[in-house]
Design a protein around this ligand. Structure first.
Ligand code: ADP
Ligand code: MG
Length: 698
């Protein structure tokens, strides 16, 4: 049978139910349902006694009798409550729907098997809308010891597709189409990688005959899934390298040498040197570079960017840096200008608030080729910004830009400029490999010497006075302090109120003339922001009250305390970024996370993680676990979201193997043209057609 047929081809599937599948789970063809895998399994050989139950949320099956049934009226409708008893105790069974029907169906005091998820409510265990079988029937129906639980929703159950009905549909489907499930990997491949065959895998992933077969089935399906993703990414990377030519930066010239030997204010770390080598290797080849530079906050990405830009200039090209905020662009501009004081390199700044006259002048110098380095914000993407010969575009803090914006950089030139995307948000290796598998990645995994770990504590709001006291002590030592408030778009009005209230209370606690306070937030004019930033940078103010506008990249080494208000409202990577603003100088730095008492368990995990570690990669792993890959930056447009069975967090080792398999295959048969690989080629073509091109950085 053609597996692209609609779900109504399944025996007994009604149009109404098919519609529910479509609306709730976006499943419309037989194939869709076939590849919709259970998210766990219940061991049918395991029966619980009621007094063994300890854990709400667990899936259990219990043998017992229904000893009473009672209707309980409540505000909205009524519920039917059954007392379900075995020799060790009792629990409640609860129905909100179909009560008439249940009443008629139930045979009191006969042995039943009841399955479902335990709730704990009013000090009692209960199961809502349990699956129920008469014990005798149940024994007859057993086909496999493990039975699947599909990630169907409460909503579906209330519309008539209970877990049991869901399972029955899948069972019918499998009975109907089993002969049509064909192997889509070559025989030799299945052998070499020791995989279970396709049909057995599909059958066993839905209805496992044994735990061992289930494991083999899952392994095979995960391997296959990750293999094809890697194959697509790697093929795309090969194509890019072959097809897209890039400018060649052959020579290391005057500017680079001079800067390296006379102006560089410190020795590069080993990691910085390694990354420089990796980038320079790209730039010497005649392929186009598309590279992600990851480095934790404070790891020194800016200097790498500058060295690379000097290399471009030495080879007769222009270079540009694009930053996500005006503050950051200004800061790059100032820092780079200062580093280049003794050199004849022309640098300009272009942002939204650059005056029109100045802007025109920049446009002209740029197209004439007189300008070497242009630094700016989104303003760089305007059509009027035309380069004479842009050789490299460096994009700082990539997650702030959309894919479309990045690709705009490309179209400004004869050849696409080399692209270096710098990010401080560490992407776990596995995720990077699966999402950005077609990019080259460099990592600065070492901080400059002498950095002290930032001491991080979590305090509740009612400790604010002692926090203020601590702040005063630090200010007395000559330090500066950030106090950051969340600004979430949805609650913007309230957030501004919080910020202003906070500012007032800080102004009262730190009065003039002993203390000076800066305030910076998104609603201020750029020049006012800049003015306030400068006062803080120059040490004229001791406290900077701000919203997250300071999140990205601001560098004030004398600032050694970061106080984060309502820390529970920030995501992990944001907290990590914010903390990275301190700990840049020689002094001991502190990060104080203030929160209310009411914390979700996720928020608790976030704060605990921050207190326990400062390793950006560890933090990213926790973040990935908490939020799932779908919410990680940059992954929205990628194939990672469409994973059906593999899990980029848990299945790392399979991912490595699948990637190796894809690499090996492409080495031996780059165009998938060998006859023995025809099965792979077919699946690959089919997948590419369905998923389109995987997105990438540029
Ligand atoms: P980020 O990677 O977060 O952008 P920056 O480039 O802003 O980090 O660097 C943070 C600070 O570390 C800057 O003050 C910079 O001058 C300094 N720095 C960078 N590299 C080194 C190094 N190798 N040795 C000492 N200090 C360094
Ligand atoms: Mg930076």
């Amino acid at each position: 049978m053609d597996l692209n047929r609609p779900l109504t081809y399944i025996k007994k599937m009604t149009a109404k139910h098919a519609d529910i599948f479509h609306k709730n789970l976006n499943l419309s063809s037989l194939n869709d349902l076939l590849y919709f895998f259970p998210f766990r399994y219940i061991d049918r050989s395991r029966f619980y006694k009621i007094d063994e139950i300890t854990n709400s949320g667990a899936d259990v099956q219990i043998i017992g009798n229904i000893t009473s049934l009672m209707e309980v009226n409540q505000k909205r409708g009524s519920r039917l409550v059954g007392k379900f008893q075995d020799e060790t105790g009792s629990i409640e069974l609860i129905w909100f729907k179909g009560q008439q029907w249940i009443r008629k169906l139930i045979q009191p005091n006969k042995p039943y098997v009841v399955c479902g998820k335990l709730n704990f409510f009013n000090k009692r265990f209960s199961i809502v809308h349990p699956e129920m079988y008469l014990l005798d029937d149940y024994r007859k129906t057993i086909q496999s010891k493990l039975y699947p639980v599909y990630p169907s929703s409460e909503q579906m159950a209330s519309k008539g597709i209970s877990r049991r009905i869901f399972r029955e549909y899948v069972q019918s489907l499998i009975q109907q189409i089993a002969p049509d499930v064909k192997e889509n990997l070559p025989e030799y491949f299945v052998d070499v990688y020791n995989l279970l065959d396709k049909r057995t895998s599909i059958l066993n992933v839905h209805f496992p005959q044994s735990l061992k077969l289930l494991e083999k089935a899952q392994y095979r399906l995960k391997f296959e899934e990750l293999f094809f993703i890697q194959l697509q990414l790697l093929k795309k990377k090969r194509l890019r390298k072959q097809k897209i030519k890039g400018y060649v930066f052959e020579s290391v010239g005057r500017n680079f040498h001079h800067f390296y030997q006379h102006e560089l204010p410190f020795d590069l770390t080993h990691a910085q040197k390694r990354v420089m080598r990796e980038i320079r290797k790209d730039l010497r080849s005649n392929a186009h570079m598309n590279r992600l530079l990851q480095g934790d906050v404070g790891s020194g990405k800016t200097i790498v960017a500058l060295l690379i830009m000097l290399l471009a200039i030495d080879n007769g090209f222009q270079a540009t840096i694009m930053a996500p905020t005006e503050i950051l662009a200004v800061q790059h501009y100032n820092a780079i200008n200062e580093l280049l004081t003794h050199m004849e390199v022309s640098v300009a700044l272009l942002t939204g608030s650059t005056k029109s006259k100045k802007r025109k002048e920049i446009h002209k110098r740029l197209i004439d080729g007189e300008l070497n380095i242009l630094i700016g914000t989104h303003a760089l993407l305007e059509d009027k910004v035309q380069y004479n010969n842009l050789g490299i575009a460096i994009i700082d803090e990539q997650h702030r830009f959309g894919v479309a914006q990045r690709s705009k950089m490309w179209h400004k030139n004869r050849l696409p400029p080399h692209i270096l995307v710098m990010t401080a948000t560490p992407i776990p290796r596995t995720l990077a490999m699966s999402v950005y598998g077609d990019l080259d990645i460099s990592v600065i995994d070492e901080l400059p010497p002498g950095r002290k770990e930032v001491k991080t504590v979590h305090r509740y709001d009612n400790n604010r006075l002692s926090v203020f006291h601590f702040m005063k002590q630090e200010i007395t030592k000559g330090r500066q302090i950030y106090v950051v408030y969340p600004l979430i778009q949805e609650s913007e009005v309230m957030d501004y109120k919080d910020l202003m209230d906070g500012y007032e209370s800080i102004s009262r606690a730190f009065p003039n003339p002993n203390y000076q306070i800066s305030i910076v937030h998104g609603k201020m004019k750029a020049e006012d922001k800049e003015f306030e930033m400068q006062r803080f940078i120059k040490g004229q103010t001791q406290i900077m009250v701000a919203t997250t506008v300071i999140e990205v990249g601001v560098n004030v080494p004398n600032a050694s305390v970061m106080v984060i208000e309502s820390a529970e409202r920030f995501g992990l990577s944001q907290l990590h970024q914010l903390r990275g603003r301190v700990g840049r100088g020689a002094d001991q730095s502190y990060c104080i996370l203030l929160s209310s008492f009411k914390l979700s368990s996720e928020a608790k995990t976030r704060l605990k993680t921050m207190v326990e570690t400062s390793d950006g990669f560890k933090i990213a792993e926790v973040d990935l676990k908490l939020r799932g890959p779908g919410n990680m930056m940059g992954t929205q447009q990628s194939g990672i979201l469409r994973l059906k069975i593999a899990d980029v967090v848990k299945d790392t080792s399979i991912l490595y193997k699948a990637r190796q398999a894809a690499i090996k295959l492409l080495e031996e048969d780059p165009n998938l043209s060998k006859p023995e690989n025809v099965a792979i080629k077919n699946t690959y073509t089919e997948l590419s057609r369905k998923t389109g091109v995987w997105s990438n950085i540029s």
